[in-house]
Design a protein around this ligand. Structure first.
Ligand code: FAD
Length: 497
């Protein structure tokens, strides 16, 4: 089953409690801060029905059509299909949207891989994850991710401070568990459900904990309060801030004020081993779509910088060409990691096709850690005019506009209006509040840099280089068994799974 844009909009009118800029939001589908992204998400739903895009956005099974994004990856072709669907969306909407569902749903597939761990507690939990993985395909909800608690003072245990700093279970009932706390979640205000789980990485010796809880949260549930950061939409005109006004994905603090989670939505409870498992494997699928967005973001930087240096004739300079080539290497470096991660995919414990984990995780580090430098390089290539150019209204003014027309017309092909538009686009891509937020999003939204590197450490096969040096240096076989080497990917996988 695939929903229409209108059905999606209707699903958000469920009485949810949303706050932004000191006011309660009456209808999230119409509020100025949320409407652009709700419209983009609705457009993605509608693309699944339109003749021109239906085949790239959906697949058919048993006479019914389902969204490509939620399909379980079983073969390489499934990953190419997902990539084509992302391309179709980003080309259609003309920019990068990240949190629209396909990039978070894979977190559930990671837990689907941990059914043995869930069975240790209660086979009902593994049945629940199986149901939810299939339900997402059938019901086509907009699915988001909830990991990060406010956390409070990290030097203290949660029990030794306000216990709500980390989300926890306060009560069990016949119908389910009651949870309390809060999570930061991008797009929750206009999504349908969130896979909610702990951020804690180290449970020490604890086998059981009220904080070790994972569940699917229906985002219209009574007791939820979504307190959003201010949006960038409307802070400047659409002409001056073309990206902020269309692609701002609003994040919020979702407060759980004693929220009932029905038992069928509980994926694990009290079991720290299940919580540890999901933390170690959370992004094994979802990193693919998250990182692929940066290939498109790189295209936006390259296109903007190249148009600018062509306008001004600077593209003939070798030093400028080298900077453009550096941007191209960044783009192709990410592309190469993701492409080879698909080609060298690995079978997961539940029989899915995971992207090759070492290539995917090191590709994520490359893409996210180099993004600030690449944005700075693109900014440099655009020159200072991206931050000193007057706004569109001045270009329209009878007196000021004439001067701007004169100084912003470069030649017969580059009239002032096109130059103004390109510089406004570059400013919003690289310099504006929105641009800074995008950069921070990629720094943190799929966990912070130390966790990205930890994932590389867990997945790289260290035995290869060790064995090479052992032979090359003529070391004895015994050195491979000293226990001081970092464990290889295979050992980690078997320890976790
Ligand atoms: C735009 C945006 C969107 C987001 N969307 C979501 C979302 O949809 N869902 C969600 O769950 N979360 C989301 N987050 C939250 C994000 O996951 C967290 O910001 C991130 O996990 C870091 O947690 P923190 O902000 O509490 O930073 P802190 O935990 O305070 O960490 C700050 C810094 O301290 C250092 N540090 C902390 N702990 C360690 C450690 N153990 N080892 C080494 N260094 C350490 C690191 O330098 C780290 O970057 C989003 C964040 C942003 C900025």
């Amino acid at each position: 089953m695939i929903r229409t844009g209108e059905q999606y909009r209707q699903s958000l009118r469920d009485g949810r409690e949303i706050y932004i800029d000191g006011e309660r939001v009456a209808d999230v589908t119409r509020h100025a801060a949320f409407k652009p992204l709700v419209d983009v998400r609705a457009r993605i739903y509608d693309m699944a029905h339109e003749a021109a895009t239906r085949d790239v956005m959906t697949y058919e099974e048993g006479g019914e059509r389902f969204a490509i994004g939620g399909r379980l990856p079983l073969a390489q072709e499934d990953w190419w299909d997902k990539r084509r669907a992302i391309d179709a969306v980003l080309d259609d909407v003309g920019g990068v949207v990240t949190r629209v569902g396909d990039e978070t749903v894979g977190e559930m597939w990671s837990l689907y891989d941990g059914q043995d761990v869930l069975n240790e507690v209660d086979p009902q939990f593994s049945a629940n994850i199986r149901n939810h993985v299939h339900k997402v395909v059938r019901a086509d909800p907009f699915h988001v991710s909830a990991n990060t608690d406010p956390k409070g003072d990290r030097s203290k245990r949660p029990q030794d401070q306000d216990p709500d700093m980390l989300l926890h279970v306060v009560k069990e009932t016949d119908r389910g568990i009651i949870v309390r706390g809060a999570k930061y979640e991008t797009a929750a205000a206009y999504a349908n459900q969130a896979f909610t789980k702990p951020t804690i990485a180290n449970w020490g010796d604890d086998k059981l904990s009220d904080y070790a809880v994972g569940f699917i949260c229906e985002l219209g549930s009574p007791g939820l309060k979504m307190i959003c950061r201010s949006g960038f939409t409307g802070r400047g005109s659409v002409e001056d801030y073309p990206l902020a006004n269309r692609f701002d994905e609003v994040d919020c603090l979702v407060v759980f004020d004693d929220v009932l989670i029905p038992w069928e939505n509980v994926l694990f409870y009290r079991h720290t081993r299940a919580a540890t498992f999901i933390r170690a494997t959370l992004h094994r699928y979802s990193a693919m779509a998250f990182v692929y967005r940066l290939v498109k973001y790189a295209d936006m930087m390259i296109g903007t910088a190249l148009f600018n240096v062509r306008q001004t004739g600077l593209d003939k300079q070798q030093a400028v060409q080298e900077k453009l080539a550096t941007l191209a290497c960044y783009r192709e470096g990410i592309n190469a990691h993701l492409t080879s991660a698909i080609v060298m995919g690995q079978e997961s414990p539940s029989g899915l096709l995971m992207p090759n984990q070492s290539l995917l995780m090191s590709g994520r580090v490359l893409a996210c850690s180099q993004l600030p430098a690449m944005m700075h390089l693109a900014r440099e290539l655009c020159g200072g005019q991206i931050c000193v150019t007057p706004d569109a209204a001045s270009f329209r003014h009878p007196v000021a506009g004439k001067w701007l027309e004169k100084f912003y017309s470069v030649n017969e092909d580059w009239i002032a209006e096109d130059r103004r538009k390109l510089l406004a686009y570059g400013r919003d891509l690289l310099n504006s509040d929105y641009a800074g937020h995008r950069l921070t999003f990629h720094l943190f939204a799929q966990s912070p840099p130390f966790a990205h590197l930890a994932a590389v450490y867990r997945n790289f096969d260290w035995d290869g280089p060790l064995d090479f040096v052992r032979k090359s240096a003529g070391l004895s076989d015994r050195v491979m068994g000293t226990g001081k080497a970092p464990p290889s990917a295979k050992k980690i996988a078997s320890a976790a799974e």
